[in-house]
Design a protein around this ligand. Structure first.
Ligand SMILES: Cc1ncc(COP(=O)(O)O)c(C=O)c1O
Length: 500
């Protein structure tokens, strides 16, 4: 539950002895306060009680009204109450907490007393009625104030493209991914394209990759002018099966692009070995795998370049599009930086043709702020995967569904994907009826996509990819979901298969 504390409650809570700010810190609620409330409350507090505000702000999140909110609140003489209602409505909060609910005229959002809130919390703690596959605003309470500091810096500086915010983010990402360098770019797709360009891959070249991935993996190879050569996946990890690769290497092969699908690394040792043996560049499509590890090394540090996406649904998502390329090669780093700005070096002099692959400073700031939380979120995702595994086993469901095994420590579960055999589509509809978000990543293997017809592949060429496309289903696993929500998911899957 997300609640907005009206100033009358906050003033009372702060002046009570001892520091009785229980509602602001309660475990079952995410409490917000308007920045305007903080200033008005401060004016009314004694010197002694003012000291408490600082510690209170550590557990509350602050929401700042826009000029539009303030103007709307001026519609009559109940400014304070109007503003609280307007903010709660515009931010999608569940309730306003006030000592005097009768003072409020709008019924957009329920206004309740602290006692009513307590009753609500006690009564509804376990009543789950649905689970979203992903709930991005659910993290705002934790991150928004940090993100706003970064965004305000950028807006105040007027430096919106590249610049110091992007460089600071790049340094932090390189350190996190255990590489020497990182280059912020406009999206995960562009990270793949610019990496291919930096490796000098183009017309007439072949790049070996997986057919069971997001479109951008193969799409970027074609956009670079080269040809994707597909190799089937391992049926357990859903990633490139290294044993299939060597027989597909020709005199035109220039690179291997393994995908760390769902957040688990591909088996990289044999891939890197083949790369060395045949002088091929290894470009990791690490879009879904930030923080994942293979034999204690982070994804993005395993090949020559690692390509990450900051699409909002990723484990580390921006407030829009963004991406980054990691590398420990100084030569590739310098080339990536030039390609990112149309191949310009020095400015307006072009020895090579690049593109506009620049990253916005606003997005870099969001990533920089959120990166501080990534390790704890990854821990939570991994814990959620363990909980699902246990619940599915306890409910005797493993004969109906196949769980996602962790073959290479550590899986970061961008997706928790089960196989549900030939009942997958039925299960998906059933879960959707129960308001459980679930999704198929991906329903059609790339080798049979219409736009790739000219590559000459046909149905049956990659049986494991095709089977995965028919059987897999991603369940909610984000760091925000609760154990009761997971129990609700598993209970419904049990109803579906066992009818009880
Ligand atoms: C495996 C994979 N590769 C590439 C991309 C492309 O990233 P973006 O959406 O940031 O362009 C994605 C993102 O969905 C992805 O999942």
């Amino acid at each position: 539950m997300e609640i907005l504390l009206h100033h009358d409650y906050l003033a009372q809570a702060l002046s009570r002895e001892p520091n009785a700010t229980d509602l602001c810190i309660t475990k079952n609620c995410k409490s917000w306060v308007a920045s305007t409330t903080v200033s008005s409350v401060m004016q009314k507090l004694s010197q002694e009680h003012r000291k408490k505000v600082k510690s209170l702000l550590a557990s509350l999140s602050v929401v700042t009204p826009t000029a539009g909110d303030l103007t709307e609140a001026l519609k009559d003489d109940r400014f304070e109450e109007n503003l609280t209602s307007i903010l709660a409505r515009n931010c999608g909060f569940d309730a306003v907490i006030s000592m005097n609910p009768e003072k409020f005229s709008s019924d957009d959002v329920p206004v309740i007393t602290p006692e009513e809130l307590q009753e609500k919390i006690n009564g509804s703690a376990d009543a789950v009625t649905g689970v979203k596959l992903l709930d991005i605003p659910a993290s705002y309470h934790q991150i928004l104030n940090d993100v706003e500091i970064e965004m305000a810096d950028t807006v105040r500086s007027g430096m919106f493209i590249l610049g110091s915010k992007v460089s600071e983010m790049e340094e932090k990402i390189a350190e996190y991914c255990q590489t020497k360098f990182a280059v912020g770019v406009s999206s995960g797709t562009d990270a793949l394209l610019i990496s291919l360009m930096a490796a000098g891959i183009g017309e007439g070249d072949e790049v070996i990759t997986s057919p069971y991935t997001f479109f951008a993996t193969a799409g970027s190879i074609i956009r670079a002018g080269a040809k994707p050569v597909f190799v089937d996946i391992n049926d357990v990890t859903f990633n490139l099966k290294a044993e299939h690769i060597e027989r597909c290497i020709t005199s035109r092969t220039r690179a291997i692009m393994p995908v760390h699908l769902y957040g688990q690394c591909a088996d990289m040792d044999p891939i890197v070995e083949l790369g060395k043996k045949h002088n091929l560049t290894v470009i990791e499509d690490a879009a879904q795998s930030i923080g994942s590890e293979y034999k204690n090394n982070r994804s993005g540090s395993l090949g020559d370049m690692g390509c990450f996406s900051f699409f909002p649904a990723k484990n580390l998502g921006a407030f829009g599009d963004g991406g980054v390329v990691t590398t420990s090669s100084e030569e590739l780093y310098e080339k990536l930086k030039i390609l990112r700005v149309h191949g310009s070096a020095p400015k307006y002099y072009h020895k090579i043709i690049g593109g506009n692959f620049r990253l916005d400073a606003l997005q870099a700031g969001v990533i920089k702020a959120k990166l501080n939380y990534l390790e704890s979120w990854t821990g939570k995702r991994r814990q959620n995967a363990t909980t699902y595994n246990q619940l599915f086993q306890q409910n005797a469901l493993t004969q109906y569904i196949q769980l996602p095994p962790e073959v290479f420590l550590r899986h970061v579960y961008n997706q928790y994907v089960i196989r549900a055999g030939n009942r997958r589509d039925e299960l998906r509809s059933f879960l959707n009826e129960k308001k459980i978000g679930c999704e198929i990543y991906y329903p059609l293997s790339l080798h049979v996509q219409e736009c790739f017809k000219s590559l000459g592949y046909k149905k049956g060429d990659f049986p494991e990819s095709e089977k995965a496309a028919d059987e897999t289903l991603a369940l909610p696993v984000s760091h925000e979901i609760t154990r009761s929500q997971q129990e609700y998911v598993v209970e419904n899957i049990r109803h579906f298969f066992l009818g009880n």
